[in-house]
Design a binder for this molecule. Structure first.
Ligand code: ATP
Ligand code: MG
Length: 385
C-alpha cells in the first residue's frame, strides 16, 4: 500500500499543509520541535485511530482552534481510498471513508497498515508489562480489526467485576466482616466470572496465536542483525496458564480449555480478590518475556542489545502484517535510524528495500549514506510547514 498524499488542517502545529509522497522513502528533516513527529502521528491516526503520544483529541488540534482534520489518499492493490478524520475539542470525532462518514470505526481500522519505530519503543523492553500488552494488542488490531471489540468487551467485564469487588470490600469493612463471604456477592460474582472467562479466553487465544507466528520471524531478524552469537527468545507469559500435553500447540487450544483454566484459577484467588477488591486473574496481567542468550533483556540487556531486539520485533511485525494483509504496510521511523550504527542502518534499509513505503524523521542528514540519500524524497520541516 502506498500513501500518496496527506493533508493536515489545524492538526498540532500545522495550520494547513498538503504533502505528496513521491518516492518509496521520504525523509523529514528539521530542527527539534518543528513538526516532524506530528506528521508521523497524523499517519498513525489514519491507521489506528489512536496516537501513542496522547489520548485526548483536544491536544491534537491546533491549540488556537476547536477542530482539526487529517486527510490521506491511499493506494491499495484494490484501488484508491481517501481516509479522513475530523477532530473536535468539544464533540466526538468523525471518521470518513471516501468522504462518507462511517458509523462503525471498526471498518476504518486495517485499511492503512503501519509499523512504527520510535525511541519510545525501547520501553517495549524496558517498560512495564502494560507496554508489551498494548504492543501486542495494537498489532492484533491491525491483523484482525475485530480484536478491538474483543478487547473492549473484556475490559468492560473487568471494570464491572472490579466495581463489584470494590463495593463488596467496602461494605464488609464497614460491617466488620472482613473474611466472611457474602452469599449475594458470590452468586453475583459467579455471573461475572463466567463472562470474564469467556471474553478473556478470546484475548488469550489470540495473543498465543499472533506470538506463535511472530516469534520465529523476530528470531530470524535478530540473528541476522546481531550476528549469530546471540539468541533471542520471546515467551508469552499469560496470567492464566493452560496445562497441556507435551507438543500441543498452545494456539490450538479450544476456547473451553482456556475458559476452564481461567475459572479454575479464579477459584483459587477468590479470597485474595475479595480482600484486595480487584480482579487478580486474567489477560490484563499478561506479560511477554524477552531473553537474549537466556538472560532477561529487560534487566540485563545493554542499550544496544535492547535497540537491536526492538528492531528485530519491528521487522517481524512488517513481515507478519504483509503476510496476513497481503500488502506491505508503511514503516514510520521516528528518530531511530540516525541512532543506529551504520551497519545496522544498512541492515534495516536493505530489509525494507523498496517494498515498504517508509517515512523517516531526522534532525540531520549527515548520519546517512549519501548514495542512499539520492534515492529518497527529502522534505524539510519548519514550524508546521
Ligand atoms: P524533535 O526533533 O524534537 O522530535 P519534532 O519536529 O518531531 O521535534 P514535533 O513533536 O513534531 O517535533 O512537534 C512539536 C511542536 O509541535 C512543538 O513546538 C509543540 O509546541 C507543537 N505542538 C504540539 N501540539 C500542538 C498543538 N495542539 N497546537 C499547536 N502546536 C502544537
Ligand atoms: Mg520528534
Amino acid at each position: 500500500m502506498y500513501l500518496k498524499t496527506l493533508h493536515l488542517q489545524q492538526f498540532r502545529n500545522y495550520s494547513d499543509q498538503k504533502v505528496a509522497f513521491d518516492a518509496p522513502k521520504t525523509i523529514l528533516v528539521g530542527d527539534n520541535a518543528q513538526g516532524k513527529s506530528n506528521l508521523l502521528e497524523a499517519v498513525e491516526l489514519l491507521s489506528t485511530l489512536k496516537s501513542h503520544r496522547v489520548s485526548r483529541d483536544r491536544e491534537l488540534i491546533l491549540d488556537t482552534q476547536d477542530n482539526g482534520q487529517i486527510t490521506g489518499n491511499l493506494e491499495r492493490e484494490t484501488g484508491r481510498i481517501e481516509l479522513g478524520l475530523i477532530l473536535r475539542s468539544k464533540a466526538r470525532r468523525t471518521v470518513l471513508l471516501n468522504s462518507q462518514s462511517l458509523r462503525r470505526q471498526l471498518d476504518f481500522l486495517s485499511i492503512l497498515n503501519v509499523v512504527q519505530f520510535s525511541s519510545l519503543d525501547l520501553e517495549l523492553v524496558r517498560g512495564s508489562p502494560e507496554r508489551r500488552r498494548s504492543w501486542i494488542d495494537r498489532l492484533l488490531v491491525q491483523l484482525e480489526p475485530v480484536y478491538a471489540y474483543i478487547l473492549q468487551q473484556y475490559y468492560q467485564v473487568l471494570r464491572q467485576r472490579n466495581a463489584l469487588l470494590k463495593t463488596a470490600r467496602s461494605q464488609s469493612h464497614s460491617s466488620g466482616e472482613e473474611h466472611s463471604q457474602k452469599p449475594i456477592l458470590n452468586s453475583e460474582l459467579a455471573v461475572w466470572d463466567a463472562q470474564l472467562a469467556v471474553t478473556g479466553a478470546r484475548v488469550i487465544r489470540r495473543r498465543y496465536r499472533v506470538l506463535e507466528r511472530l516469534i520465529p520471524l523476530a528470531q530470524t531478524w535478530h540473528h541476522l542483525i546481531s550476528g549469530s552469537t546471540e539468541n533471542l527468545h520471546l515467551t508469552y507469559q499469560p496470567n492464566v496458564q493452560v496445562i497441556t500435553a507435551e507438543n500441543t500447540r498452545l494456539s490450538a487450544l479450544s476456547p473451553q480449555d482456556v475458559q476452564q483454566a481461567f475459572l479454575q484459577k479464579i477459584s483459587t484467588r477468590t479470597l485474595a480478590e475479595q480482600q484486595q477488591g480487584t480482579t487478580l486473574v486474567g489477560p490484563h496481567r499478561d506479560d511477554i518475556i524477552f531473553t537474549i542468550n537466556q538472560t532477561p533483556a529487560r534487566q540485563y540487556g545493554s542499550s544496544g542489545q535492547q535497540r537491536t531486539l526492538v528492531l528485530a520485533l519491528k521487522l517481524a511485525e512488517l513481515q507478519l502484517i504483509e503476510a496476513v494483509i497481503g500488502e506491505p504496510p508503511l514503516l514510520l521511523l521516528d528518530d531511530v535510524l540516525a541512532e543506529l550504527d551504520l551497519s545496522r542502518q544498512n541492515q534495516l534499509l536493505e530489509a525494507i528495500g523498496d517494498r515498504f513505503q517508509t517515512l523517516i524523521t531526522t534532525t540531520h542528514l549527515g548520519a546517512f549514506d549519501s548514495q542512499w540519500l539520492q534515492q529518497t524524497q527529502i522534505l524539510s520541516v519548519q514550524a508546521g510547514k
